[in-house]
Write a protein of this length. Structure first.
Lengths: 93, 101
């Protein structure tokens, strides 16, 4: 979710900053908000994709299925297959 | 379980807030939910018996539900659904970690 927020941020920058305010950030920039959400995941021990057994070879199939999901249509930024694969690739260390 | 469901709720409220269907009425609930969940979730994960934290998480989750019931969701949930179905990852974990760190 943090990297999805980062992906969407250019299309809703003021809202991302308001999210940062709601999260209690003193300087609620987009980057600070994304970093905070990533840190929250770590703080409460949410595993990342690699730890969950997701591999690069799976990304295309995941992205193809994701494009069929209804929430895609209410995302603030239009999404193409390559966008989803790129976002997933950011997770691979 | 607490961490996963809490992050599902947080994802609900963030996605509802930035949704193309967002509206001022839903935004009020969404922002309130973000604050409640953010403050309560680490406490509830660390201290599962903290009743106030649990109560705040429930309220935040309900408000997030109000928000996304009208504004729907976004890319995080779109990615999480195939992660759930294809790899049997718990929904809240798939939402929170859907794009890693």
């Amino acid at each position: 979710m943090p990297e999805v927020v980062g992906f969407n941020a250019p299309y809703c920058p003021q809202k991302i900053k308001q999210i940062g305010v709601a999260l209690g950030l003193v300087d609620p920039t987009i980057n600070a908000t994304v970093d905070y959400l990533a840190a929250l995941n770590k703080k409460i021990s949410i595993p990342n994709l690699v730890e969950l057994g997701i591999e690069v070879q799976h990304f295309s199939a995941i992205a193809q299925e994701a494009l069929k999901e209804a929430p895609i249509y209410t995302n603030p930024r239009q999404v193409e297959l390559k966008d989803i694969v790129a976002v997933l690739e950011k997770s691979a260390p | 379980m607490t961490a996963a469901t809490g992050m599902d709720a947080l994802t609900h409220t963030i996605e509802a807030y930035i949704s193309v269907l967002a509206s001022p009425l839903n935004d009020v609930n969404a922002l309130n939910a973000i604050s409640l969940i953010n403050n309560a979730l680490p406490i509830a994960v660390a201290n599962p018996n903290d009743q106030q934290a649990r109560s705040d998480l429930m309220l935040g989750s309900v408000l997030a539900g109000f928000a996304f019931n009208c504004a729907i969701l976004g890319l995080a949930h779109a990615i999480a659904h195939p992660l759930d179905a294809m790899f049997h990852i718990p929904h809240g974990v798939a939402n929170a970690g859907s794009c890693g760190f």
